[in-house]
Design a protein around this ligand. Sequence first.
Ligand SMILES: C[S@@+](CC[C@H](N)C(=O)[O-])C[C@H]1O[C@@H](n2cnc3c(N)ncnc32)[C@H](O)[C@@H]1O
Length: 218
Amino acid sequence: MRKFYGVGIGPGDKELITLKGYNAIRSSDYVLMPKSKGKSTAGSIVSEYIEDKTIIELEFPMGEDNKQRYKKVASQIDDILGEEQQAVFLTLGDPMTYSTYMYLMLELKNYDMDIETIPGITSFGASASRLNTPLTLKDESFYLCDGEVDEEILKKVDSICILKANKHKEDIISKLEKEGFSYTYVKRCTQEEEKILYDKEEILKENDYMSLIIGRRK
Ligand SMILES: C[S@@+](CC[C@H](N)C(=O)[O-])C[C@H]1O[C@@H](n2cnc3c(N)ncnc32)[C@H](O)[C@@H]1O
């Protein structure tokens, strides 16, 4: 039976990959990874684990309607994967959290292969740990969103994390301040270029897609 793994490789520190994820990578014939602007962050995180593998880089242009692209890539994977072979698709953080992998996985269900998803440490879980800040104490609720914040939801929660915060930082911060939240900007959590900022003006100067804002009611 052909096997396809979707593996969450965590936020960046290669020690934050699960043992199960590592084993899936090591036992696979092919390593597939998303590439953006010629670079693959996932590939550089696991570089030392995949030196002897056949690597296939896949472009998923951000912000475009990728439905046709997912179909095409799924068909490519079906062509590549021989009987009894294994492929692993690397995804940053957790595969079931705002990832390209989920759309690809849904397309791959149309083909004859066994699909297994291996969870990973999310960017927001890693950031909360990095900051030693609780996400949810007993009876609290947490709001995870990408890009924009819904103020009505914000009013009802105790903590929040906004992924893909880069383009909307000003609006996000003003909503957090209005609702009485403290906030922290985390860029490239657990990676070499990691940056943690608390000051609004400094946060607004940053411009990196790999960043998030985490907030807690004061
Ligand atoms: C497509 S989503 C991927 C989310 C990922 N699957 C997860 O579980 O965290 C991309 C967004 O995740 C966040 N992100 C991923 N890795 C990060 C890291 N190491 N540090 C900060 N933010 C990160 C950023 O907000 C980025 O815009």
